[in-house]
Design a protein around this ligand. Structure first.
Ligand code: ZN
Length: 376
């Protein structure tokens, strides 16, 4: 009974999201008609951003959202999670809001014997195209629930900035992650440079909508994602680098300068788990957050300074055969250097066209927006 109710609320929440999406979507973008056509009439609320969950020191939770430009704030007392569920449609319980200090965090992030995954990157608030791709490859069903069984989904960083459906995108990834775990599947979300920028209070690329949201809620934009918020805590548990089988994932890639410094994956992930972004940064941290670090590196795309031998040395150091990156935008998913470098930022950020990388039993395919598979 309880779980059925949770599913119902979760469904309603996702319906809210879709409705909000449509209110901001140009008329010619009518994807997801299947999911919206089933929406009961009374669900047509006017939530225009949120919800944001703020956890107070005494563990009370304040939920804030914007409805028709009006900020709304509800205090939740005595762990009354049911009330949060009713207000937001999210399936909330004590685990959902738990403090993360005691969690046993896997810093190595090595996943083996994975038969199938889909990877995409640099969504930048383009929720509609993201959903379209997930539906196209049956990662989700038409109610936007996990439909990918024990397979893995990789979001290779950069959800923040540029587009105007960042909140919706984060909640969908967050929800899918929880659903996937229950089915033996896995959602990986990697930190990108835009996650690091927002958490470092660099708002140069933030969509105006979110500046308005934070103004209406009387906080700065990064405070919507502080360590005292649900998504903020979740973001602070996300890795910078991980691997599946013989493939290494990072947002922008691993440089020669990185391996010269003899960094290990555990060490880098550890630095970003529960990082206090307000503290001064040491030189290693500056390096990791800089041009040759895993969030910003673009050296692979400069043939005058890079070649396949250099990539081989980097892969050798990491003991992997393939490097997968987003960050540098390509017209589609591409592979370079005899197929050893796979670039999955296919321009989803422009909101028009995007691709996914499909890995199945050791083979790689491009998956187009229209569902065509092309061997890589
Ligand atoms: Zn990036």
């Amino acid at each position: 009974m309880r779980s059925k109710r949770k599913i119902t609320f979760q469904y309603f929440f996702l319906v809210f999201i879709i409705l909000v999406s449509f209110s901001f979507t140009p008329k010619n973008q009518n994807q997801n008609q299947n999911s919206t056509s089933k929406i009961p009439h009374f669900i047509n609320t006017r939530i225009t951003d949120g919800p944001f969950f703020f956890i107070q020191e005494d563990n009370t939770v304040i939920v804030k959202w914007i409805k028709g430009n009006r900020p709304i704030e509800k205090k939740i007392r005595d762990n009354n999670y049911k009330r949060i569920e009713r207000k937001t449609g999210l399936s909330v319980d004590s685990e959902f809001l738990a403090l993360n200090e005691n969690k046993n965090i896997d810093l190595k992030q090595e996943y083996k014997d994975v038969e199938k995954f889909i990877a995409l990157s640099d969504i930048h608030g383009q929720f509609d195209l993201f959903v379209k791709l997930l539906l196209q490859y049956e990662v989700v069903d038409h109610d936007l629930n996990w439909n990918f069984g024990s397979n893995h989904l990789i979001i290779n960083g950069d959800v923040f900035d540029r587009g105007d459906k960042v909140t919706e995108t984060f909640w969908l990834i967050y929800t899918l992650e929880k659903q996937a775990e229950k089915q033996g599947g896995k959602v990986h979300f990697l930190l990108g440079n835009h996650e690091i920028m927002v958490l470092n209070r660099d708002f140069r690329y933030v969509n105006n909508k979110y500046l308005k949201t934070s103004k209406l809620l009387e906080v700065t934009y990064d405070q919507l994602y502080s360590e005292n918020t649900v998504i903020g805590r979740w973001l602070r548990l996300k890795p910078v680098i991980f691997s599946i089988n013989d493939i290494l994932f990072s947002h922008a890639g691993i440089s020669q300068e990185f391996i010269k410094r003899r960094f290990t994956i555990e060490e880098v992930n550890k630095r970003f788990i529960n990082l206090d972004y307000t503290l001064p940064k040491d030189s290693l941290q500056m390096f990791l957050e800089g041009t040759n670090g895993p969030f910003w590196y673009r050296g692979y795309f400069k043939p005058e300074i890079f070649n396949e031998q250099k990539l081989d040395r980097i892969l050798g150091y990491l003991n992997k055969n393939y490097m997968l990156v987003g960050h540098t935008t390509m017209p589609n998913v591409v592979s370079l250097y005899s197929g050893k470098l796979i670039c999955v930022d296919s321009g989803i950020k422009y909101g028009e066209y995007g691709e996914v990388l499909i890995y199945e039993n050791g083979e790689f395919f491009r998956g187009t927006t229209l569902g065509n598979l092309i061997k890589l």
